[in-house]
Design a binder for this molecule. Structure first.
Ligand code: ATP
Length: 311
């Protein structure tokens, strides 16, 4: 049995390093880094690095889709994507003067036939799955309740789902009768969902997680960046306090946290161990330049500095 990660709108991410970014002029770049991206693939890479057994699935198409598969092959990551007619997208990050300017293609439009076919493909992969992790937005062409349908299929086979998405896709799931086991919004996503501005105030967070929108979702884990996390597990509430660390690149830390949650579930960790495991991985990602990469040499030292307290 293994973990199934789902990335419906992957990308080939390009990072350009420029000392200065000149608008309305030619920018020449020699330092280029291309990688298989998309939130679900970040989760996938971290799961591989912590030695979890997994299969990556989702939709890929065209040359960039092939590039993604070849990158996964190179990393010895098992994958079984559904092939679409459209072309997988590029996302570009320009790193300049300490800033990050991003150009994100929206990606291919998925046809109804492809959407239906993926559901069958997903269902067939569930037979070997112990936990499913679904990350990122739904691609254009698919209905905003598409994740509701995937969760319905997984729940019917009693395979729990960890869902990390936002906006309308997340709202549709929470309003539906088909609940994931875990969601992991950050504070901005939680604020957007509830339609009110939330910060890191623990009383406000606790009150927010009592909203009926979360009924039936076993775990709500709100990641708080440098402040750790606030979590609800059924009727128990926890604050995860983390030490101050030097940050290199926090992009993808949320995805790394999701990898920790998924792995904690498969390892049957108790609440405290699961929350520490998830936060250590988020922090380790923030300490690396590469998104979706962790250096496990620092795992234990960080783990021992994290405090989980009931609130
Ligand atoms: P992303 O969308 O970039 O993946 P996110 O907003 O979903 O990120 P964050 O809350 O920023 O997720 O980070 C997830 C976890 O990573 C945090 O709960 C924390 O454990 C760790 N982390 C992130 N940023 C920092 C930081 N600056 N210092 C220490 N730990 C951090």
């Amino acid at each position: 049995m293994s973990i199934l990660t789902v990335t419906m709108n992957p990308s080939v991410d390009i990072a350009y390093q420029l000392s200065t970014f000149k608008l309305d002029d030619v920018n020449r770049v020699s330092n280029v880094n291309k990688s298989a991206g998309g939130k679900g693939l970040n989760v996938t890479r971290v799961l591989k690095e912590i030695d979890e057994d997994l299969t990556a699935t989702g939709l890929v198409g065209g040359d960039l889709g092939n590039y993604i598969k070849s990158q996964l092959d190179q990393g010895a990551i098992h994958h079984d994507f559904y092939q679409i007619k459209g072309n997988t997208r590029n996302c570009i990050a320009i790193l300049h003067e300490g800033l990050q300017t991003e150009i994100l293609e929206s990606g291919p439009t998925i046809s109804d036939v492809e959407g239906e076919a993926f559901k069958n493909h997903f269902e067939s992969l569930l037979k070997d799955a112990e936990v499913v992790s679904i990350s990122g937005s739904t691609p254009s062409g698919l209905a905003t309740d598409y994740y509701v349908e995937l969760i319905m299929i997984a729940n019917a086979k009693e395979v729990p789902v960890v869902l990390d998405t936002s906006g309308e896709s997340l709202r549709q799931v929470l309003l539906s009768g088909h609940k994931p086991k875990v969601i992991k919004p950050n504070v901005d996503e939680l604020s957007q969902l509830l339609g009110r501005e939330l910060d890191k105030d623990l009383n406000l967070l606790k009150e927010a997680l009592q909203d009926s929108l979360f009924n039936g979702v076993e775990w709500v884990i709100v990641s708080l960046g440098s402040e750790g996390a606030f979590a609800k597990h059924n009727d128990l509430y926890y604050k995860v306090d983390i030490p101050t660390i030097d940050i290199v690149n926090p992009v993808g830390s949320g995805d790394s946290t999701v990898a920790g949650i998924v792995s904690g579930i498969t390892r049957n960790y108790d609440d405290v161990a699961l929350l520490k495991h998830a936060n250590v991985l988020g922090m380790l990602n923030a300490q690396e330049e590469i998104t979706g990469h962790v250096n496990l040499n620092h795992y234990e030292a960080l783990f021992n500095k994290i405090q989980v307290r009931g609130v």
